[in-house]
Design a protein around this ligand. Structure first.
Ligand code: IPE
Ligand code: IPE
Ligand code: MG
Length: 245
């Protein structure tokens, strides 16, 4: 751990868009899937470091709602990779007190992956050293839409009045409504966009974009992001004087 780490402000919830696997592989004359494979091997250290630092929630964007549009062979590879990764890591995660959760449109995921997801969630549900959320078949627009549908159902059944819908009741229907919103939003791979990740829950996140491609993302790079986060003044609409005073 670098010496500066004792001065780090530790975010409660870190969200990471792990982007750049395909380009990393192409730069080496290898197929995109090779980039995914190497990229997946970087997850372990980031999870471990998050736990060591006392971060409460780490959400990793593994597969977006839009990624279903990729070639079928790549989609299949990514689904199989998630299965392999979970099978390989689950025992260690379980022992280290990590709680694993999946967020996203589950009904689109293949049954063999769902089986491993259900097993991982059941085995780690009482753990509390770190909550590791894997966003798979996830999109912020999907999340907001399913929340709206759920509220509409409650109104239709007479359980809720439209005027009772406010930010709190809406947020309660979203994925991971029991967890804090994202504090730090990291995107690797150089693109300056959200790509439909956490549209609601990143409302007041601090953004950190780096050109580093995900397979090159190290614990040192992670510390860079955390150092940047530590220097930000989070005002949440207030003035700087109000916040520091
Ligand atoms: C991110 O890397 C992984 C997924 C989206 C599943 P990409 O596959 O998007 O890599 P680039 O952006 O093409 O380099
Ligand atoms: C975002 O990356 C999704 C994940 C990292 C899982 P993409 O590579 O899919 O994003 P776009 O298509 O470049 O916006
Ligand atoms: Mg990409």
């Amino acid at each position: 751990m670098p010496e500066q780490s004792d001065q780090l402000q530790i975010p409660r919830h870190v969200a990471i868009v792990m982007d750049g696997n395909g380009r990393w592989a192409r730069q080496r004359g290898r197929p995109r899937t090779f980039g995914h494979k190497v990229g997946s091997s970087k997850v372990h250290d980031i999870v471990e470091e998050s736990k060591e630092l006392g971060i409460e929630v780490l959400t990793l964007f593994a597969f977006s709602s839009e990624n279903w549009k990729r070639p079928k062979s790549e989609v299949t590879f990514l689904m199989d990779l998630m299965i392999q990764m979970l099978k390989k890591e689950i025992r260690k995660l379980e022992e280290k007190g990590v709680q694993v959760r999946f967020i996203g449109q589950r009904e689109l995921l293949p049954e063999k992956l769902l089986k491993v997801i259900r097993d991982s969630e059941a085995r780690t549900r009482n753990n509390n050293a770190l909550i590791l959320q894997i966003a798979a078949s996830y999109g912020g627009q999907w999340d907001i839409t399913q929340a709206a549908r759920s509220l509409a159902g409650k109104v239709a059944r007479g359980e809720l009045l439209p005027e009772q819908i406010d930010e709190q009741t809406f947020a309660a229907e979203l994925a991971f409504s029991d967890l804090p919103d994202a504090d730090l939003f990291i995107r690797t791979g150089g693109e300056l966009r959200i790509s439909n990740f956490m549209l609601w829950q990143a409302a007041y996140a601090e953004f950190y974009f780096t050109d580093v491609l995900w397979p090159d993302f190290t614990v040192d790079e992670y510390h860079n992001a955390l150092r940047h986060f530590s220097k930000r003044q989070r005002r949440f609409g207030q003035t700087g004087e109000q916040v520091s005073g």
